[in-house]
Unconditional design. Structure first.
Length: 159
């Protein structure tokens, strides 16, 4: 039996596209769990409830649209994939450029999960760096005037 999981990081985002994609992938809506929470942590109510409810049995599989919907921490994604395998539960992604389906035996899915988890963590790091660089920096300590650009004009970030 297939189960679905969807995740959005902020309340400004919408789960509709992921849920529609999961339904198109054969998952009935009543078997789709979701969270509005950061993917940086695995402590998510919907995911925890899904993991409790899926019985350990060959033939059961958790499907996500892309692996980064499971998480953006490489170690935790790999640990979750390993835990599912140990319980006899498959993991499948629908839209990743590297297909994942651990219910099909072989090393390809394991390698794909490792690569995709690494890319998801790397993207999270880059996203945090972009957000940090977009924040205004404080004026230098002891400065009595706003920073100026090379030509002496007021910097655009301080107007």
């Amino acid at each position: 039996m297939d189960y679905g999981y969807a995740l959005v990081s902020t309340t400004a985002q919408n789960l509709t596209r992921q849920i529609d994609t999961l339904k198109a992938g054969g998952i009935p809506e009543e078997l789709i769990w979701s969270d509005w929470r950061t993917g940086a942590t695995m402590a998510r109510d919907g995911l925890e409830d899904l993991l409790r409810r899926v019985p350990p049995h060959a033939g059961h599989r958790i499907t996500v649209v892309t692996l980064d919907r499971l998480g953006r921490n490489m170690r935790e994604c790999l640990n979750l994939a390993h835990e599912l395998t140990e319980r006899g539960i498959g993991l499948r992604t629908l839209k990743d450029q590297i297909p994942v389906d651990t219910s099909v035996p072989g090393p390809a899915a394991d390698m794909a999960i490792a690569l995709l988890a690494m890319f998801a963590q790397m993207e999270r790091i880059y996203m945090l760096e972009r957000a940090a660089s977009a924040r205004p920096t404080p004026w230098p300590t002891g400065s009595t005037s706003a920073p100026t650009g090379l030509n002496g004009t007021l910097c655009s970030t301080r107007r």
